[in-house]
Design a protein around this ligand. Sequence first.
Ligand code: ATP
Length: 605
Amino acid sequence: MMSLPYSELVDVYDKLSSTTRRLEMTEILVGFFKRCPSDVIDKAVYLTQGRLYPDFVPLELGMADRLIIRSISQAVAAPESEVAALYKKLGDLGNVAEYLLSRGRKQVTLHFFSGPPSRAEITVDQVYSVLDRIARSQGEGSQQEKLRLLSDLLRDASPREALYIIRTVSGVMRLGIADMTIIDALSIAFTGSKEARETIERAYNLTSDLGTIAKALATGGLAALGQTRPTPGRPVRPMLAERLSTPEEILEKMGGKCAVEYKYDGERVQIHRGEDGKVNLFSRRLENINGHYPDVAKLASGGISSRSFIVEGEIIAVDQTTGEMLPFQELMHRRRKYGVEEAMQAYPAALRLFDVLYVDGKDMTLEPYPVRREALRCITMEAETISLATQRVVGNPRSLEEFFEEAISEGCEGLVAKSMGASSVYKAGARGWLWIKYKRDYKSEMQDSVDLVAVGAYWGTGRRAGNIGTLLLAAYDPEEDMFRTVCKCSTGFSDEEIRNMHSVFERSIIGHRHARVDSKLTPDIWLTPSKVLEIRGAEITLSPIHTCGMGAIREGAGFAIRFPRFTGKWRDEKRPEDATTVQEIVEMYRRQLKRVDEPVRSKNA
Ligand code: ATP
């Protein structure tokens, strides 16, 4: 086994932090991947992403700031109060550790007059294995164990290494590297060009694990990825829908005929059962959510007949007395750490399945939608609590509209139209026209809500003094992998939300604009893009001060959302990259213009 000094990874981090240009980041990573030994490349990839495992592994380092402060204090033999005071001043525990370690070493040097004591180099493997042990240490005595492991590691680290170790432990690496940048770099490093990107991306979409992919490439080359298929236990990145606002447009796009399914207002779930019978539930953002929905795991276990499977559906909350569907918010009770049992009683869940990706060893993702739907029907033993999404095949706008009204009256958000063509495969990880959503509120100006990412905040005034009162919000630009601002929002938050706002964002606060944020405004506080909020506005206007869609319609003008209001939905199941895109906002603006020219269409026309 070859070892890689952790200091080499630290050099890479330093270089990455000094640029915001994606091309440069890619080049830095290519150089690193080429010289990284293949047996640690998976670990190096996870660490570079600021974590230890792929998203779906439900293990966290689990160290609160207080415990980290204590570890630093023990490592450098400084009082905890001093570490805490420095943290208050510097705002980043990584910087605190770096400062204290270098101060400590200088003092030693002065004292002995003979240069710093020689220090054995720590390797990536060592750092990873200590962090892994920290994550795995759970239960009684684990806090002491974590404390010991971290302070020992810090004692062996250089100040610069300590900076990144602490940032990894506290979950704030902030290198700003998107998964797509890593994919580009892997492609260039191991095949010489970006052309292999598609194969790598497909493997990534099917396995959601860049570490394992990097290792396969480094050891077996591109051929090792050719056979990638969905595997129970590893979440597949979800297929997503485009949106349109009239039945006519939808049918035109779909070639005159399509299937339409109820769009349930619940939480998307991917359910896996392996050959070993183990059931796993994954959220839209690929986190393991077994803990939130033990009842759903049971429903799927009993209600699906094939031995192993990967199916997708929407979890909905049901009113116990009326049997009617309840709005999405009620399911958010399940996301609390405690009280899942109570929430299960108060808001029992039901399952509406809409896709199947794998059945008993067979990859279904390349089958067209009608074949998948039929396979799903065959394996589902339908009952009140588990059934297929209500569906109809339509060939004219009138029946589509009628079905839409029916869906709305049953408590759904609208419809998802699905292509039935020969190429209607399951496109993992992609938003495309094979699925088109049609929601109730597209009809009037900007009645439609958008999901935006908080990238900055402003202190409140008056009653809100001392609290964050306004958020600077951005849409996502997938082409450049940037977040571009589109409005400032201060309405729709409850008093309690305002009081808690600072602690909600505490971990995201940074002292400068994040490398992936494009903003002309300078908020009081900059945030790492992490939280997604649902926002409704009056309309979309051209704006010289926001950067979303800058220049798309007119030079020097971007787009702004007028009168934005928080709907009350924190979209915690969405990653920042899942937010409404800049292109969608531009599209919504165009449609808004078009609608002004058109006579108002009655819903029942
Ligand atoms: P939204 O915020 O509108 O739910 P999204 O970004 O989560 O959008 P989209 O792919 O744009 O996802 O819209 C489809 C979403 O609708 C799915 O993610 C899923 O959660 C939900 N959904 C409800 N019913 C269905 C269905 N029958 N087929 C597909 N998706 C459905």
